[in-house]
Design a protein around this ligand. Structure first.
Ligand code: PMT
Length: 399
């Protein structure tokens, strides 16, 4: 999923790179952080420079790389203090077993470890090492200690390792590290809330190979699921089939038909504080899905008999202990009239209205929020930016 350019803008990130083969992936990480708007300053350990040259990081970050605690680029030779004081977050990726051990014991024998000890900002680390080194009781002990100390441990992943062995210890992918950092930096306005959502299209089978569906890409719903997760909510996303990965930290439940979507939502809704219906649910389904592929020769002009699907949003909103319900209204004309009508008829505190020609399928959208106070039009923007604005409005309404 494409990120907005602004999610890390104004943030200063100090990226520490230690001596593991995964250091080459940190070059990509710098690029992603910068693309998300961050200012990145790289600090390398001496061993890291054996894997990747400082020049690579200098070129990608646009800033000279820091290596030496005795660097006199700072007038008072206190680069360890200055670098950490100006940072919004310190991220060490990859973090070797040795570096984690140093952190766990508060050692400060090079610039990066000194910086970590002297910091007054959050520290995130992405371990990377051979699976045996990861499983070693000493490393596991250090990880527990680091968690107790309030560090944020990202990964490691499972999979094939540089040494050819397979197991836990691979550094999580740069995309995931960047996403975790973006998430970490967002205000937690939905902390402790449980959100159930729907997104994407439904598919109503006619026969084993044909069906009725629509052009919803799922992008709006996935962006909103991601924004809710960033805001600290526990998110379950009941999704029709789309071509996207589940956002980081979001639990996805994959469904195909409106009936499956209805069932999956109802099974989870009792625990939810918030329900958001973004899915483009088919209002009707074929009454009988043919068991075998329909043949052209069977009938000259076949008639497809349809029956109504349940209205998931209406069913959730009318539960005795209904969660806070947010509906979407997709119209092709008279947005205000139809959206307001949906809000009142289904008794929803908030409806997000959009014209299908403005946003269905694409990366951008134009939406208006309708609540008891009136209509709040938002400027046209990427679905990510709109999702953050919708979450902000929602959080304000929840008080
Ligand atoms: O997926 P994208 O390509 O990013 O496009 C986004 C979108 C246009 C699909 C999205 O912004 C949107 O408007 N989603 C709602 C689409 C829709 O079906 O609207 P509706 O006006 O028909 O339905 C009103 C509300 O009732 C919606 O919240 C819908 O999820 C819900 N509904 C509708 C029918 C039904 N059987 N069950 C429902 O829960």
């Amino acid at each position: 999923m494409g990120k907005s350019m602004t999610e890390l803008s104004g943030k200063r990130i100090v990226l520490g790179v230690t001596g593991g083969i995964a250091a080459y992936k940190s070059a990509e990480l710098v690029r992603l952080l910068i693309k998300a708007g961050a200012e990145v300053h790289v600090v390398m350990t001496e061993n890291a420079t054996r894997f990747v040259t400082p020049l690579t990081f200098q070129a990608l970050s646009g800033h000279p790389v820091w290596l030496d605690p005795w660097d006199d680029r700072r007038a008072n030779s206190m680069s360890h203090i200055e670098l950490s004081r100006s940072a919004d977050a310190l991220l060490v990726a990859p973090a070797t077993a040795n570096f984690l051990a140093k952190l766990a014991h508060g050692l400060a024998d090079d610039l990066l470890s000194t910086l970590c000890l002297a910091r007054d900002c959050p520290l995130l680390v992405a371990p990377a090492m051979n699976r045996q080194m990861w499983q070693n009781p000493a490393t596991q002990r250090n990880i527990v200690r680091l968690q107790e100390d309030g560090l944020h441990i990202l990964g490691p992943d499972d999979g094939v390792q540089a040494c050819g062995e397979v197991g836990e210890g691979r550094m999580v992918e740069p995309e995931t590290i960047c996403e975790a950092l973006i998430s970490f930096m967002q205000p937690k306005v939905l902390a402790g809330k449980r959100v159930v959502m729907t997104a994407g299209p439904t598919y109503e089978p006619i026969d084993p190979v044909r069906g009725i569906t629509n052009i919803s890409s799922g992008k709006m719903g996935y962006a909103l699921a991601r924004a809710c997760a960033h805001a600290g909510a526990a998110v379950e996303l009941v999704s029709g089939s789309v071509e996207m990965d589940a956002p980081y930290g979001v639990v996805r439940v994959s469904v195909r038909t409106a009936l499956e979507m209805h069932q999956a939502v109802m099974a989870r809704i009792a625990q939810a504080d918030i329900f958001i219906g973004v899915a483009a649910v088919a209002d009707f389904r074929p009454r009988h899905a043919a068991e075998n592929k329909l043949k052209k020769t069977q009938v000259a002009s076949p008639v497809l008999e349809l029956e109504q699907n349940p209205d998931i949003l209406a069913d959730v909103a009318s539960l005795p202990a209904a969660p806070f319900c947010v509906g979407f209204a997709a119209e092709s004309q008279d947005l205000e009239t139809y959206a307001e009508d949906k809000r009142k008829r289904k008794r929803l505190p908030l409806v997000v209205g959009n014209l299908v020609q403005d946003g269905m399928g694409g990366d951008e959208n134009t939406v208006t929020l309708f609540d008891a106070r009136g209509a709040h039009p938002l400027p046209r923007a990427s679905k990510q930016v709109l999702a953050a604005a919708i979450v902000h409005h929602l959080a304000e309404m929840l008080g």
